[in-house]
Design a protein around this ligand. Structure first.
Ligand SMILES: *Cc1c(COP(=O)(O)O)cnc(C)c1O
Length: 401
C-alpha cells in the first residue's frame, strides 16, 4: 500500500471494526468547508462531533500549533509549562472553578471526576462511594465512565462492571430522591444530553438536584464535554442554568480538534486529590494547551457567543422551512450550535439513512441515536455555509422515502 492507493476498503482490512466511517476520505478543510481525497467539497454541520469549534484550519489555531511545535512538545509531569498554566488560569478566572486537572479526552476528564468524588466520599464515610448517573447519558468509554453512562449497549459486553453506580431517570427528580442518600458520593449529569438525543435538562430539575446533593453532601458533577466551550452561547452551559456544580468536565471544543480534556473543581473538592493520587503522561501537554489557549481567547468573547445564538435561530428557521416541505421532524431541540431534530415516529430508527443521503449531497451531519439528526458545527460557521448546507439537506430529504 502506497500513499496514493489508500482507499476506504483499507479501513475495513486493517482496523478493529468499532467504527463505520463514511465512504469518502476527508483530506483538508477550511472553516466549515471540507474536501475529500477526490477533490469533492462538503459543508460541515458535524464539527467533528462538537469538537471543531472554530472550523477547520483556523489561522489562530494553526499559528499557535506551529509556534509551539518549534519550541517544546512534551515534558511529562515532572515539569510544568507556560501554556498549561495560562490555560488553567483562564479556566479558573472565567468559571466557578478554583482548580483544574488536565487530561487528553472527555472520558479521562470524567474518570478523574468520578475518582475524585469517590475519594472525597470514602474519606467522610467508608460506604459513601455510590454514584448516581442517568439513563441515556453518555460519559465516555473507559470502564468506569461507560458504566456511569446510561446506555447498557455500550457496557454490557465488558462486565463485570465497577459497582456502586445507579441510574436515575433524566429530568425526573423523584427518581433521584429514590436513589440518593448519605452513601451517595456524587451525581454526574450532562446539562444537555448529547449522545442520548440532544435533550436539555429542565432548570428546575437541576436546581433540585443541586439541593439534594447539598443535603447529602454529594458532589454535583456536570459533564460539559459536549455542551461546553461556547457551544450553547455561554462559555459553559451551567451559566445558562443558574446552577453551579462542584466539578465540571470539559473536552471536545476545548482543543478545537487537538486532543485535550480537563476537570474543573471548586476548592472543597479540588484540594482533595494530592500528589500521586492521579495522573496521566500527556495531560497538560504544551502543544494541546497552546491550541486550547488560542481557541479559548477567541471563544470567550461576548460577540462570538452572541453569534452562536444568532446562528441557532437561523438554523432553526431553516430547519422549520425544510420541515414544511418535507415534514419528517417532530421536534427541534438543543441550544446554540448543538441542535437535535427528532424524527417523527413513522421514521424512527432511520437517522443514519438521512446522514448518508446528506453525505451524498455534500453535507456532513450526525446522528444522536437512531431517531435524531444532530448538527454540531463550528461556532463561527458562515451564514452562507448554513444556507448552502440546508440546500443540500433539502436535496437529501427529497430522496428520503
Ligand atoms: C464525547 C463525550 C464524552 C467522551 O469524550 P471522549 O473525548 O470521546 O473520551 C463524554 N461525555 C460527553 C457528554 C460526551 O459528549
Amino acid at each position: 500500500m502506497t500513499a496514493n492507493t489508500v482507499t476506504r476498503q483499507h479501513f475495513n482490512q486493517y482496523f478493529v471494526p468499532v467504527y463505520d466511517p463514511a465512504q469518502f476520505i476527508p483530506d483538508h478543510g477550511k472553516g466549515s468547508r471540507l474536501w475529500d481525497t477526490t477533490g469533492r467539497e462538503y459543508v460541515d454541520f458535524a464539527g467533528g462531533i462538537a469538537v471543531s469549534a472554530l472550523g477547520h484550519a483556523h489561522p489562530a489555531m494553526v499559528e499557535a500549533l506551529k509556534n509551539q511545535a518549534e519550541k517544546l512538545w512534551h515534558l511529562s509531569n515532572a515539569y510544568t509549562n507556560e501554556q498549561v498554566i495560562k490555560l488553567a488560569k483562564k479556566l479558573v478566572d472565567n468559571t466557578f472553578a478554583d482548580l483544574v486537572f488536565f487530561a487528553n479526552s472527555g472520558a479521562e476528564a470524567n474518570e478523574a471526576a468520578l475518582k475524585l468524588a469517590r475519594k472525597v466520599g470514602s474519606s467522610i464515610n467508608p460506604s459513601k462511594t455510590e454514584i448516581i448517573s442517568f439513563t441515556k447519558s453518555f460519559h465516555g468509554r473507559t470502564l468506569f465512565t461507560v458504566s456511569a453512562g446510561g446506555q447498557p449497549k455500550y457496557s454490557a459486553a465488558f462486565a463485570p462492571l465497577p459497582a456502586g453506580i445507579h441510574h436515575a431517570t433524566y429530568n425526573d427528580i423523584e427518581s433521584v430522591k429514590a436513589l440518593i442518600n448519605d452513601n451517595t458520593c456524587g451525581v454526574i449529569i450532562e446539562p444537555i444530553q448529547g449522545e442520548g438525543g440532544i435533550i436539555p435538562a429542565c432548570p428546575e430539575f437541576l436546581k433540585q438536584l443541586r439541593e439534594l446533593c447539598d443535603k447529602h453532601n454529594a458532589a454535583l458533577i456536570f459533564d460539559e464535554v459536549q455542551s461546553g466551550m461556547g457551544r450553547t452561547g455561554k462559555l459553559y452551559e451551567y451559566m445558562n442554568t443558574g446552577v453551579t456544580p462542584d466539578i465540571l468536565t470539559t473536552a471536545k471544543s476545548l482543543g478545537g480538534g487537538f486532543p485535550i480534556g480537563a476537570m474543573l473543581a471548586n476548592e472543597k473538592y479540588g484540594k482533595q486529590l494530592v500528589v500521586g493520587d492521579h495522573g496521566t503522561t500527556y495531560g497538560g501537554n504544551p502543544l494541546a494547551c497552546a491550541v486550547a489557549n488560542a481557541v479559548f481567547d477567541i471563544v470567550n468573547d461576548e460577540k462570538l457567543l452572541a453569534g452562536v445564538i444568532e446562528r441557532h435561530e437561523h438554523f432553526v428557521k431553516k430547519i422549520n422551512e425544510l420541515n414544511a416541505t418535507y415534514p419528517i421532524f417532530q421536534e427541534i431541540r438543543g441550544k446554540g450550535m448543538l441542535i437535535g431534530c427528532a424524527l417523527k415516529p413513522e421514521y424512527a430508527g432511520r437517522s443514519k439513512e438521512i446522514v448518508n443521503l446528506a453525505a451524498a449531497e455534500g453535507l456532513m451531519c450526525l446522528v444522536a441515536g437512531p431517531d435524531v439528526i444532530r448538527f454540531a458545527p463550528s461556532l463561527i460557521i458562515e451564514f452562507a455555509d448554513i444556507d448552502e448546507g440546508m440546500n443540500r439537506l433539502a436535496k437529501a430529504l427529497a430522496n428520503f422515502k
